[in-house]
Design a protein around this ligand. Structure first.
Ligand SMILES: [Zn+2]
Length: 330
């Protein structure tokens, strides 16, 4: 009986620890939900179209969404899915191994498909000692992804052929955090990305980062997260004083509810870390906070009115700030 009780105790102690053990399999250097390019032998993984059965091949860098992928870690499966940014900004279709005789084996072709088959669509990303990565299907670690010899397509090879499967995985974003005051990083969210809105059926398409009002408000400065060009600077009833910056990495980011108009003007170029304004509560806002959102390249339809922002194509910017942990305001 004593043995039985100590066994129960052991289970009670181990169970809460287990989730941490599982997340330890996340690959260092890869942030789940982050956007990456993947290259092997100098060729970039490139999706050919946004549809099921579309191919993937090796291409030269062209900065398009076809070469950008979201690596999303599933802690219950203990593996990654590789989403194409072509399809709903990395929320719909994934890299998929076309099985041969219902098996994931060496020599299988790879395409894009809806996430319906974990055996063909879940991957272990293993960091190698030279900083490159091996991408192996979870269902068969004996094989790995590679380009076909001519680079025309992606296939699986035996994972004992090291040169063939070494991938470079690079973050598309190299952002600097934008909301720092007196050496403190503001990371408390009153509303995270995707929170349901009270007034309608749509969801919150940015981060609302709280500014504690203690101390001098003027201390709350905002800076550009990366190099880019100002595509809008102005005021609207809902956004208040705001600025939209098209970044060189392809994203358009916006800073809303600023205290004053930004000193930066439309078409002015900005560098990472440049001062762009102060946190405020102008427009449709109930307290000092920054609404920060991030659209894909096609989302800002070239115009200079807030109406030209297509909120349906916003992505969650939180994973782009490597090492920053946001918390929810209680
Ligand atoms: Zn907001």
């Amino acid at each position: 009986m004593k043995k039985f009780i100590s066994l129960l105790l052991a289970i009670a102690i181990i169970l809460p620890i287990m989730p941490y053990k599982i997340t330890a399999a996340e690959t260092s250097g890869i942030v789940s939900g982050g956007v990456y390019t993947l290259s092997c032998g100098g060729k970039l993984l490139t999706a050919s179209a946004d549809k099921n059965g579309a191919g993937v091949s090796g291409g030269a860098s062209d900065g398009s969404w076809a070469q950008r992928f979201v690596l999303r870690y599933d802690s219950s499966e203990n593996a990654y899915s590789i989403y194409t940014m072509l399809s709903e900004n990395g929320r719909k279709r994934v890299l998929d191994i076309i099985k041969s005789n219902k098996k994931v084996a060496a020599g299988c072709a790879v395409d894009i498909y809806n996430p319906v088959d974990p055996a063909a669509q879940l991957f272990n990303i293993i960091k190698l000692t030279n900083g490159k990565y091996k991408i192996s299907p979870k269902s068969n670690p004996a094989v790995a992804l590679t380009f076909s010899k001519k680079g025309a397509s992606v296939e699986t090879c035996g994972s004992s052929v090291p040169a063939a499967f070494q991938w470079e995985i690079r973050s598309v974003t190299d952002w600097q955090y934008m909301f720092i005051t007196k050496g403190q990083i503001a990371t408390t969210l009153s509303e995270p990305f995707g929170a349901p809105r009270v007034e309608g059926s749509s969801r919150h398409k940015g981060l609302d980062i709280v500014a504690e009002r203690r101390g001098k408000i003027k201390g709350y400065t905002l800076s550009s997260v990366a190099d880019g060009t100002v595509i809008y600077e102005g005021y609207s009833k809902s956004a208040g004083n705001y600025i939209a910056i098209k970044l060189k990495d392809g994203f358009t980011v916006r800073f809303l509810h600023m205290m004053n108009r930004s000193p930066k003007k439309i078409r002015e170029s900005v560098k990472k870390g440049d001062y762009i304004g102060n946190v405020g509560t102008t427009g449709n806002s109930t307290g000092y906070h920054l609404h920060f959102d991030c659209n894909t390249v096609g989302a800002y339809r070239g115009g200079e009115s807030p109406r030209t922002v297509n909120y349906n194509t916003c992505v969650d910017p939180a994973p782009f700030f490597t090492g920053i942990k946001f918390s929810r305001r209680r």
